[in-house]
Design a protein around this ligand. Structure first.
Ligand SMILES: [Zn+2]
Length: 667
């Protein structure tokens, strides 16, 4: 008998345990409803009994430095429906009829699909949004219809009056007016304001109850921003970007204009751009078709790439523009001087490795420091860095702000990629001296070079200078900030002389604007790819003007120009376009020398003879004559390509407008 008894006992225990578990579960469930879910149920009841219409806050206006509106908030209307009220009727059938009638009326006025409207207003929710950004005319039509359960609320929509203008600085907003990218995102907490609510107690049908409480919480509008951007200069920059983009068929062209004395960003632009009014729509039809073919995840990547500002977020290899910093470091350390003599033999051997000058086929020979910068002669900069020494050179990278972010008030700033100080070695130092084997962000480079136009003081760049309330009162002003003294005023002054000489006599002549003292340096660097280098380049020009009292610093980068790749032929002419108009706009008076007077009077220069010359020399001579060139037959030319020019058009001795183009023929 005992086995059976034991079996019963076990059953008894099992039943007891199960009962206990069920009781516990029940207790939990009751607790859940009372404690946890009660809030939700209470809310559902309140929702049934109250009309609660959100009153959106007006997002602050974004102004340029002179008070021009760049982003505003326009008042529009949104249409809301209370499904319970719309369908309230004695029978199911009648309810459905009410819904369909309302959907049909709304769809007609709003030019929407009737089925879609029906689906929206049939939802089992107390309040649903049917449409937003509805203009006043349509809203009035709906109001006149007196549709039961349909309400109209005023809404605000972000509007960028100039479309794609300044898109990569401004950024954009989401549909519910939150900053999505750029300044809109960085300053969202000031711009967005606090939304209000309109609460009314109602009966089941949505009619106000006589004893109901009505509360209106006014929205608090966002603050307005005043940028350092000058809309006029931005306009010049965007025009020049489009021209360079068209002339070079580059992947991208980008440009920053900065006030070297304050760090203020005066203009900043990238091609291709997008329209922040519709931030998810690509600028071209091909782009739109491509976007359509992507998965949701890939779409997000695509948008982020489109909104990204590479001038702040991405790094590139600066190439020869970096030689300005190497020269400044060497001058500051007293290991060279303006009349220091060098001899280029076409290459220099570092730790057993032969590093070539770009003109190794025809070495620069004897030259002083100023000429060496103009010639962009690699071996000279290797020597300068060697004289400064490894540790000190890296210290200066830190002083120039390349070890850190600049602190610009823009989201997503990137870091430079410097060679590892511990393992770079003599070859690493040598290549760094002429801007290879490192990558900096464009904002870092222009900030560092701007210090040379600001008596050696490095500034923190900024885009926003003030917060104002809607009455125009300044709520907060952001001060300009000196980060540190990097080099002495003496070094900075000497660098100004050198930069001016590069444009007057060296490889930067294609940036020259007659009558103005302009300084700068070109750069052309092969893009790093898979541990080596590709044929694609970053071709750039960094400059300043006027050199006796710099008002603007400018950096233009042409990402992967096709055909002619040199910075002197791609970016420098673009910089000239911006400087020409900007210097005049800033009311800086030109003063012409004799040669310039003659050139302006005639408007023409004499075409030099470059036939039977190596291509690289022809390029140099034409550049110094402020002429551009094309190569025929067209096609890609590698940076180290140096074919012989077999013929040219126009012929030598003929007159050509300054900035005109000479065609060079190759076999
Ligand atoms: Zn050389």
């Amino acid at each position: 008998m005992s086995p059976t008894t034991n079996k019963n006992k076990r059953r008894l225990v099992l039943v007891f345990v199960l009962t206990c578990l069920m009781c516990t579960a029940l207790a939990f469930r009751v607790g859940w409803i009372q404690v946890v879910a009660s809030e939700r149920y209470a809310k559902m009841a309140v929702e049934q009994q109250t009309r609660d219409v959100p009153i959106p806050a007006k997002r602050g206006i974004i102004y340029d430095t002179n008070g021009k509106e760049l982003a505003i908030s326009a008042v529009t209307n949104s249409i809301w429906a209370r499904p319970g009220v719309v369908k309230s009727a004695a029978t199911e059938e009648k309810s459905q009829e009410n819904l369909e009638k309302t959907a049909s009326a709304l769809a007609e006025i709003l030019e929407m699909d009737q089925e879609q409207v029906l689906k929206i207003i049939s939802q089992n929710r107390s309040l649903v949004k049917v449409a937003k950004y509805v203009d006043k005319e349509k809203a009035d039509q709906i109001r006149q219809k007196g549709l039961k359960g349909i309400e109209i609320a005023e809404d605000v929509k972000r509007y960028y009056p100039m479309g794609p203008f300044l898109a990569h600085v401004l950024g954009s907003t989401t549909d519910d007016n939150r900053g999505l990218a750029g300044i809109e995102m960085r300053y969202d907490k000031y711009l967005s304001g606090i939304p209000g609510r309109w609460i009314k107690n109602t009966d089941r049908d949505g009619d106000s109850l006589s004893y109901g409480v009505e509360k209106y919480f006014q929205a608090e509008n966002g603050l307005n921003l005043v940028l350092t951007i000058d809309e006029v200069i931005q306009h010049y920059v965007e025009k020049a970007l489009d021209t360079v983009q068209a002339n070079t068929s580059a992947d991208r062209v980008m440009c920053i204009v900065m006030d070297p004395k304050t760090g203020d960003i005066l203009a900043m632009g990238v091609t291709p751009d997008y329209d922040p009014n519709n931030p998810r729509v690509p600028p071209t039809e091909e782009g739109a078709a491509y976007l359509d073919s992507l998965t949701d995840e890939k779409k997000l990547e695509y948008w982020n790439a489109m909104w990204r500002n590479p001038l702040v977020s991405d790094t590139y290899e600066p190439g020869s523009t970096f030689k300005l910093l190497t020269t400044a470091i060497a001058l500051e350390e007293g290991v060279t001087s303006l009349d220091d003599r060098f001899v280029c033999t076409g290459s220099i051997v570092v730790a057993g490795q032969k590093l070539r000058c770009w003109r190794s086929y025809n070495p620069h020979g004897a030259q002083n420091l100023v000429q060496a910068v103009g010639n962009s002669c690699n071996p000279v900069f290797v020597q300068l860095a060697q004289r400064v020494g490894y540790e000190k050179y890296f210290d200066y990278m830190e002083l120039f702000g390349l070890r850190d972010k600049t602190g610009i008030d823009y989201p997503g700033e990137g870091y430079a990629i410097l060679q590892d100080e511990a393992s770079a070695g003599p070859v690493g130092l040598a290549t760094m001296s002429y801007g290879q084997g490192i990558a900096v962000t464009p904002i870092q480079l222009i900030t560092a070079v701007s210090a040379l136009g600001n008596e050696g003081k490095l500034m923190q760049p900024r885009i926003v200078k003030e917060l104002r309330d809607s009455d125009g009162n300044v709520i907060q002003s952001f001060k300009t900030k000196v980060v540190r003294q990097v080099v002495s005023k003496k070094t900075a002054d000497e660098m100004s002389l050198i930069m001016e000489a590069v444009v007057d006599e060296g490889g930067g002549a294609t940036a020259k604007v007659p009558g103005y003292r302009i300084g700068g340096k070109t750069g052309t660097a092969n893009k790093a790819k898979g541990g080596g280098y590709s044929e694609e380049t970053f071709s750039s020009f960094i400059g300043m003007a006027p050199m006796d009292d710099p008002r603007i610093a400018i950096l233009m980068i042409v990402d992967n120009p096709k055909g002619v790749k040199f910075g002197s032929q791609t970016a420098a002419p673009g910089v000239r376009l911006v400087l020409e108009e900007t210097l005049r706009y800033l009311n800086i008076q030109p003063s012409y020398n004799e040669e310039e007077k003659q050139a302006i009077e005639s408007g023409y220069v004499t075409v030099p003879d470059v036939t039977n010359m190596p291509y690289r020399d022809a390029m140099d001579i034409l550049g110094k004559a402020s002429l551009l060139y094309t190569v025929s037959p067209a096609g890609d030319i590698a940076l180290d390509d140096n074919f012989n020019v077999v013929d040219q058009y126009p012929k030598p001795g003929e007159k050509l407008q300054k900035g005109g183009t000479v065609c060079l023929y190759r076999n």
